[in-house]
Design a protein around this ligand. Sequence first.
Ligand code: ADP
Ligand code: MG
Length: 292
Amino acid sequence: ATPMSIMVGVGRGAQHGVLIRDAEALERMEKVDTLVVDKTGTLTEGRPKVVHVEPVEGVSADDLLQKLASVERASEHPLATAVVDAARARNLPLANVLDFDSPVGKGVVGRVGGVQVVSGAAKYLAEQGVEVSALEAVAERQRAQAATVIFVAFDGKLAGFVAIADPIKATTPAALKSLREAGVRIVMLTGDGKTTAQAVAKQLGIDEVEAEVFPENKANIVERLRKEGRVVAMAGDGVNDAPALAAAEVGIAMGTGTDVAMESAGVTLLKGDLMGIVRARKLSHATMRNIR
Ligand code: ADP
Ligand code: MG
């Protein structure tokens, strides 16, 4: 496209909260036939709330939440914020955390008052050698209602889980509908568990779903789809989405998400409204038509 028509396109996008950093992203947008979307913070609001606390026998709900929140306070993940808010709502005093670590897209670890606390998805706890089967059935009931379950272990032993729910953004269903009508296939990717992922996908009519995907695999899936000949845009908000955003023909970051995501993307949706993708496709079409 000519520099002039691109400038016009970029300007129109900006008026609607669609920031186009990479002119080539604008050119490629109209050819996109597949949109890969991250679930948490992209399809959903990314402001999750704790809806259930389930300790094992011998651990109190307050103790579970207090230790977990003390560790999560050091994490920037939306799930972490939900846990800290829930602890504050119960007036639980948060303790200092030592040896904090947060493997991206997996969970958190740290020491609180001499207790080693590990938290995350079942898969991550299994990796750490923690047996979670005692609470699997109860957890599954929460997941079937689209809640995310994060298990908690104290000193390598299961201490309980916390269920966290994140509502779908009000604008998501209409945006997906418009994209489908324009012939775009939607693929949902998430680090979250299968049941939760399916519950959200079902509410949105998404039938291509990949759950329990670690960050490095998000990028692999984008690359695989491209090898199959699909023209892929990837939309995400988290640090964990950055490699996949960079691997896509068009990377689309939520302006409500992390800086790392925005730096890896050619397009940023300022308000995190997926309708911006519909707009960006129209802009792309208008820009390219101008020059043909
Ligand atoms: P998504 O792909 O849906 O945005 P993430 O990749 O960020 O999800 O996270 C994947 C999973 O890793 C979460 O569902 C959760 O089980 C676990 N996890 C990530 N961050 C945290 C955290 N701070 N505390 C506990 N668990 C976490
Ligand atoms: Mg996310």
